[in-house]
Design a protein around this ligand. Structure first.
Ligand SMILES: NC(=O)c1ccc[n+]([C@@H]2O[C@H](COP(=O)([O-])OP(=O)(O)OC[C@H]3O[C@@H](n4cnc5c(N)ncnc54)[C@H](O)[C@@H]3O)[C@@H](O)[C@H]2O)c1
Length: 338
């Protein structure tokens, strides 16, 4: 698996290449917000047939998957066609899934338009959609041919979405690159931080595409984070964005495994408490959150496992934890968030 990560100049050059011309159809998938905000900036997109899905996490379900298959059929896509996914992680996850299954698989190129998708969702080939019983429960591994980064499109992204994405960059840096972690804490952010973070993820994923080993480190924050995100989405008026849920998930998971003695704990807590809204939860919500954690697809043999960093940028470990300890930590944080 080799995902070519291109800056805007290299991406523009790709579009004149022979490889590009070999596709019999090129179809674009996007969402309503991205169509409105990004298409005027990347005006070359308008030369292709476009299919627009509703914006937001609620669109990431089977209903949209079926609509996308139908459109690919109507646009007469074949196995020699290309799907170009232009959007945040919802579009790249859904589009990646449809590309991997339509006619047993067609090529996909991602043009991520959120920080989260640039540093994380568009990189690494995990695709999928949500079901009533959990996040990303149906999915495939399908590497994009390339990921094209156009940082200029982020100008229209709102602040909350920006920090949600930055949280996934903190995760990659804490796991893989201590110097990047220091750089990401600075204000303003350093030049080329998007490429550096995306490349760090790509390089790790290329050693373990199907997540049999080290790739699992990048699940840091996700066991608790996904449970919080999915519970809030299905039960509360105010939900958390994906990266926001992962940010809190990282802190709580560090707490579960290391109490508060891990070297990044205090710095991460300061960043998260400054930039990320706190989830609105009650003590009575704890059993339902624990239930979601226990249904997490990363668990094996009925054991609850968390991926946590060993130190600062030196990799991670996957550890088994007791439900009782997670329950105590959730209780502590719910009281702090009040
Ligand atoms: N496949 C993976 O490895 C992976 C990794 C992390 C997250 N994810 C998934 O990614 C999803 C979250 O992605 P996201 O945070 O990008 O959310 P998103 O795709 O919902 O985008 C966030 C919002 O920003 C809007 N938007 C996108 N680009 C914009 C722009 N340039 N200007 C203005 N508005 C813009 C979108 O319309 C949407 O309303 C989750 O479903 C998560 O599970 C997947």
């Amino acid at each position: 698996m080799t995902t070519i990560l291109c800056d805007s100049i290299a991406a523009d050059a790709w579009r004149t290449s022979l490889q590009w011309k070999a596709y019999d159809r090129i179809v674009v998938l996007t969402d309503t917000n991205v169509y409105r905000e990004v298409f005027p900036v990347l005006d070359w997109l308008n030369e292709f047939p476009v299919f627009v899905i509703p914006a937001g996490e609620n669109a990431k379900g089977l209903e949209q998957v079926e609509r996308i298959y139908q459109k690919l059929h109507e646009f007469k896509c074949t196995r020699s066609s290309l799907l170009l996914c232009v959007g945040g992680g919802v579009v790249t996850d859904l589009g990646g899934f449809c590309a991997s299954t339509y006619m047993r698989g067609i090529d996909v190129i991602h043009v991520p338009t959120t920080v989260l998708a640039m540093v994380d969702a568009a990189i690494g080939g995990k695709t999928g959609y949500n079901t009533a019983w959990g996040k990303n429960m149906i999915g495939t591994f399908h590497a994009p041919k390339a990921v094209w980064l156009y940082p200029d499109v982020l100008k229209t992204l709102d602040q909350r979405e920006f920090y949600s994405g930055l949280a996934e960059a903190w995760k990659t840096a804490i796991m893989l690159d201590g110097a990047l972690w220091i750089a990401l804490r600075s204000n303003p952010l350093p030049n080329n931080w998007l490429h550096r973070t995306a490349a760090a993820k790509r390089d790790l994923v290329e050693t373990d595409f199907k997540e049999k080993g080290v790739r699992a480190w990048l699940n840091f924050g996700h066991t608790i984070g996904h449970a919080l995100e999915h519970f809030l989405l299905s039960n509360k008026q105010e939900s958390l964005l994906h990266g926001e849920a992962i940010a809190w998930g990282m802190l709580l998971e560090l707490n579960v495994v290391y109490s508060d003695i891990h070297p990044v704990f205090n710095e991460l807590r300061d960043l998260v408490e400054k930039h990320i809204p706190a989830p609105k939860l009650q003590v009575e919500d704890i059993p339902a959150i624990l239930e979601r954690m226990q249904a997490d697809k990363k668990n094996a043999h009925q054991k609850l496992v968390l991926a946590v960093p060993l130190g600062e940028g030196v990799g991670g470990q996957v550890v088994e934890v007791k439900v009782k300890v997670v329950e105590e930590i959730l209780l502590r944080w719910i009281n702090r968030w009040k």
